[in-house]
Design a protein around this ligand. Sequence first.
Ligand code: FAD
Ligand code: SIN
Length: 525
Amino acid sequence: MLSSWETLSTDFLVIGSGVAGLRAAVELSKGGEVLVVTKDVVTESSSEYAQGGVAVALSDEDEVGIHFEDTIRAGDGLCREEAVRVLVGEGPERIMELIQWGAEFDRVGSKLDFAIEGAHSRRRVLHAHGDSTGQEIVRVLIEKIKTLRGVKRMPYSMAVDLYVQDGVCGGAIVLRPTGICLIRAKATVLATGGAGQVYARTTNPSVATSDGVGMAFRAGAVVEDMEFVQFHPTALYMEGAPQFLLSEAMRGEGGVLRNIHGEAFMKRYHPDGDLAPRDVVSRAIISEMVRTKSSHVYLDMTHLDAQFLKRRFPRIYRTCLQCGVDITSQKIPVSPAAHYIMGGVKTDIDGRTTIRGLYAAGETACTGVHGANRLASNSLLEGLVFGARAGVAALEEAGRALSHIREIPRHLLEGIGEISGQESLRDEVRRVMWERVGIIRCRESLQIARDFLREHAYITEKQYLRREELELKNILTTAMLITESAMRRECSIGAHYRSDYKQREGCLYHQAVVLRGDRMEFYRS
Ligand code: FAD
Ligand code: SIN
């Protein structure tokens, strides 16, 4: 049991320091003190590792309307059009503003250099330092925040649960190196990123344990479309090496996928070949791996100019070299990995969740903007656009939530105590999810995962003190949400592929879930 805990107050609480949280903080700083709590160092996030770039309709050959159409097509008919309109329409302004704040995107001469990625019909992907786009955007946002009065950053501080009273969110309980802390706020913005760590193979950093979805779901918020998990086709596949992302931009520059016999296979699966939508490429790779009885395929860049590759993909070149692969002369062993979750905490286009005083933005939120499958490089833009909008809405509406906060919720802290480690369970959950609720699912595989998760679900009912245990609780909750949602969706659309229900008919709906007592209640939304 905890012997002591402290209480802090701020005007606005932002949970997470990726692009969405940082961009929200910029807006919030206009109305009071902002506290950005983040689980690790401030720069540890998916945003920091984003490689390919940020999609935006700014080139001479492009239009907002064409970006809209490409996004809708990639989403396989399930995008919420209103959200897509906001994303592509406000995107150019958010990017121009970043450039004004000091972002240095790559240029050819004085003109911005636009790359192409899968399912884009135009060159529209801006990149920085070749393949370190996210790092550059995060750098600029952090610099910007340093110039603003009233934004404080609190690293190594993990939000454990939201403090919700009478249906209003008044802050969060946070685990700090010094102990447990209740942070009271007029408005709270959840920006905790994705759920990659639910899977054994993932491109996501270790902080991506879906804490936002776990916390919001436990607090009674509606969560939506959790069955839609995007698997990136090309993560490094080598014993003992990190599951490092090999950017889709590499195929955009002419990279070719080959099976272990050296055959370029993508044209057999889709007319767009290596630049087909991600779900198509990932399934094609699995199919080739099965056919050739192999654990991987290859990404071949060796026919491209070596100097060009080193200049265009410096980080990838260096990382692969450290792992023993020279991408200019050797094919890179790759296989798919969990990369992005389209579902999340349901919000409107201003980041409002179904709980008053609680906003969500970025990968942890579900505006429906990506539908059943996200268009490559749309998520950094999502973080900028919807992070800013959530900040604006929270700022305007904050006073109303504050009046509902009455007292410090002692009861929320009771029962928090230390238990023994659960490392092996974490690995097992991630393996089961990868094998049974991965790129291709069916009733039988989902049933096995559900049985396994139900057996271990007890852990979600307890409170824990260590970061690893708290993360495991959120991983389990999210795994359960993905599995149950996938089980109910008896059809195939976008990234959700059921081998026993391959038809797309009847699949054009959003699926919401909310906690009622100890039961998940599903409905179409
Ligand atoms: P994140 O950037 O993931 O930030 C989440 C933050 O929340 C982190 O600071 C984390 O530490 C913190 N956090 C989590 N839980 C807690 C908690 N309980 N308490 C406190 N803090 C918490 N998208 C593109 O558009 N273009 C790309 O080129 C691209 N490349 C990618 C490459 C890689 C390797 C990966 C993993 C993703 C890539 N993506 C790309 C996807 C994109 O990076 C993410 O979807 C996006 O950056 C998410 O931003 P976010 O702000 O929502 O979350
Ligand atoms: C990549 O560079 O392939 C990742 C882009 C993205 O996920 O949007």
